[in-house]
Design a protein around this ligand. Structure first.
Ligand code: HEC
Length: 106
């Protein structure tokens, strides 16, 4: 009886913390889409058909979070002669939010 109750509390806590993690990921991705707009990524990039020439649809399935970070801060380290604007001074929080957003593009 006692064990059952403890197991219930533990399971409840796990479910709760799982939801909280999903919620904060969503909040970060929402914020990231605002950073994307504010930094004018869409001058060069399109998502679902709107924006510049370089489509970003599906990048979340292909690129890892750390590679996004490098790509945004130092694009020439990812691709020699990259034509992408570099964002070396973007605050870490903005970069993390942007990455959360890009990871949703699957
Ligand atoms: C001046 C144009 C320009 C701007 C502004 C720009 N990019 Fe890019 N980006 C490119 C180009 C061009 C490429 C493709 C290859 C290359 O030349 O580096 C690219 C590639 C990428 C890739 C890799 C795509 C792939 O399919 O591998 C990501 C991710 C990306 N950009 C994200 C961003 C984000 C996020 C921003 C805004 C913070 C941004 N870019 C702003 C031009 C730009």
């Amino acid at each position: 009886m006692k064990w059952k109750r403890i197991a219930g509390v533990v399971a409840g806590a796990l479910i709760f913390s799982g939801n909280a993690a999903i919620f904060s990921q969503n909040a970060a991705a929402d914020q990231g889409s605002k950073v994307f707009a504010a930094q004018k990524c869409s001058l060069c990039h399109s998502i679902r058909g709107s924006g510049g020439d370089e489509a970003l649809d599906g990048v979340g399935a292909r690129i890892k979070p750390d590679d996004f970070r490098k790509r945004i801060k130092t694009p020439k380290e990812v691709k020699a002669g990259s034509e992408m604007k570099a964002y070396p001074n973007l605050p870490e929080k903005d970069i993390n939010d942007l990455i959360a957003y890009l990871m949703t593009l699957k």
